[in-house]
Write a protein that binds this ligand. Structure first.
Ligand code: GDP
Length: 446
């Protein structure tokens, strides 16, 4: 089950439970069964799912919960905690420090997305002010150097490699030396892969590692293998000191949940996930915000990061103030649409909020979504200030709707559709009333 679908199934199960008038054993069981089914379809190991179910039932003893207790909240929190436990390796990864040279070596099977991920990793850090460099020590796959060179050039990241040299150890050592002299603080070494785990691959990995003494070895893994990730991660860990894992292709594969939980079970921290072929389709993986998003509760730390990243500095306090007031006017919607359009097709602030972008800007259909947003904005251009500043949808009666349609040259049906969108977003926005800026991964503000 693709991650978005998994998240959708789980949040639907929670929603159905919330809609029930009374939460009894039957309702709880239905909700848990639904979540179990979704997780199994994502290839999460049966034992992990069963343990999760048992633990939740132990925590949520409906008979013991006195009247007045918010059962929904308690159940939701228990599910949240259990999912976090399932994905938490219980051990943080080494994080390179800016300004201090770190060597990071990438390992993985051929086709896992290793070379692509090396550049994504370099690019991510470059945007945050690091001075990264790429070394291509993959002499096994024809075309590996060209691929790295092409990606690195596009991202303006210095690179090192050779068409002639066949010894990966020699290239790795020379590349690392060169970039140390050039004061790069993040030297990334891409090593060879093989189609399957084999002695030659592990031997080469060991030799490159011994020669370059990396501060961190990152194992790159394709999510489509699901729970088989457990064995693969163990095998790599036994051959070289894997300090972190990046799981790729989380955008299109059905077994992403299974892969993530299987890696966690090997006690290896997943630090990033790959969510597409492009350079910036790469996300920090942090268990709590990830689960929050999966459950449709939004990702507060991601949201705040995005606000700081993309909303102009001088507009940030005002936006946060408006959020905490919970009053969503059409003018706010207009301004946020402007922000979304400025940001381009990918990083939208509101993708971090529950319900915002999944429907408004579904992945892969950015062009249509942008056209839709522009259409909505044209309609709003035909509204009066009073209409734009009101948060009362009742103000929009039939004659006003007809006037807006006429003024903007759009169909009445489209104006109605825009109001539906407004009402949907206003509902989400209102949940943020009284918003206190939460700490990273904290759920209490939800
Ligand atoms: P390597 O052999 O491990 O170095 O793999 P590559 O970096 O050449 O990647 C293999 C293929 O997977 C390429 O077509 C990449 O564009 C693709 N790829 C890598 N990461 C992702 C990802 O996160 N999502 C998707 N959809 N494709 C990816």
């Amino acid at each position: 089950m693709v991650l978005a679908q998994l998240g959708g199934s789980i949040s639907r199960a929670l929603q159905q439970m919330s809609n029930a008038t009374i939460i009894d054993e039957k309702v709880l069981n239905e909700c848990l069964n639904e979540i179990t089914r979704a997780l199994l379809q994502s290839d999460v190991q049966f034992k992990l799912v069963r343990d999760m179910q048992t633990n939740i039932k132990k925590i949520v003893n409906l008979d013991d919960l006195a009247a007045g207790h918010n059962k929904r909240k308690i159940i939701q929190q228990a599910i949240f905690n259990e999912l976090c436990k399932m994905l938490d390796p219980g051990k943080p990864s080494f994080t390179p420090k800016k300004g201090k040279t770190s060597v990071v070596m990438f390992v993985g099977l051929q086709g896992s997305g290793k070379t692509t991920t090396c550049t994504k990793y370099a690019y991510y850090h470059q945007k945050k002010g690091w001075k990264p460099a790429l070394v291509c020590a993959d002499t096994f796959r024809a075309g590996a150097f060209d691929q790295l060179k092409q990606n690195a050039t596009k991202a303006k990241i210095p690179f090192y490699g050779s068409y002639m040299e066949s010894d990966p150890v020699k290239i790795a050592v020379e590349g690392v030396e060169r970039f140390k002299q050039e004061n790069c603080d993040l030297i990334i070494v891409d090593t060879s892969g093989r189609h399957k785990q084999e002695v030659a691959l592990f031997e080469e990995m060991r030799q490159v590692s011994e020669a370059t003494k990396p501060d961190l070895v990152i194992f790159v893994m394709d999510s489509s293998i699901g729970q088989a990730a457990f064995d693969q991660a163990q095998a790599f860990k036994q051959s070289v000191a894997v300090g972190a894992v990046i799981v790729t292709k989380m955008d299109g594969h059905a077994k992403g949940g299974g892969a993530l939980s299987a890696v966690a079970a090997t006690k290896s921290p997943v630090i990033f996930i790959g969510t597409g072929e492009h350079m910036d389709e790469f996300e920090v993986f942090d268990v709590k915000p990830f689960v929050s998003r999966l459950l449709g509760m939004g990702d507060w730390s991601g949201f705040m990061d995005k606000i700081h990243e993309v909303v102009p500095m001088d507009q940030q306090p005002e936006l946060l103030q408006k959020l905490s007031e919970g009053n969503f006017t059409l003018r706010i919607m207009y301004e946020q649409f402007q922000n979304i359009l400025k940001m381009g097709p990918i990083g939208q602030v509101f993708s971090m909020l529950p319900g915002f972008s999944a429907e408004l800007m579904p992945k892969g259909r950015e062009k249509e979504s942008q056209a839709k947003i522009k259409r909505y904005m044209t309609m709003m251009d035909s509204m009066t200030n009073e209409e734009l500043d009101s948060s009362n949808p009742k103000l929009m009666n039939e004659s006003r709707i007809m006037r807006i349609a006429r003024g903007s040259g759009r169909h009445v049906r489209e104006v109605m559709e825009m109001f539906e969108e407004y009402k949907r977003l206003a509902k989400i926005w209102s949940k943020m009333k009284g918003l206190k800026i939460p700490k990273k991964g904290d759920m209490s503000a939800l």
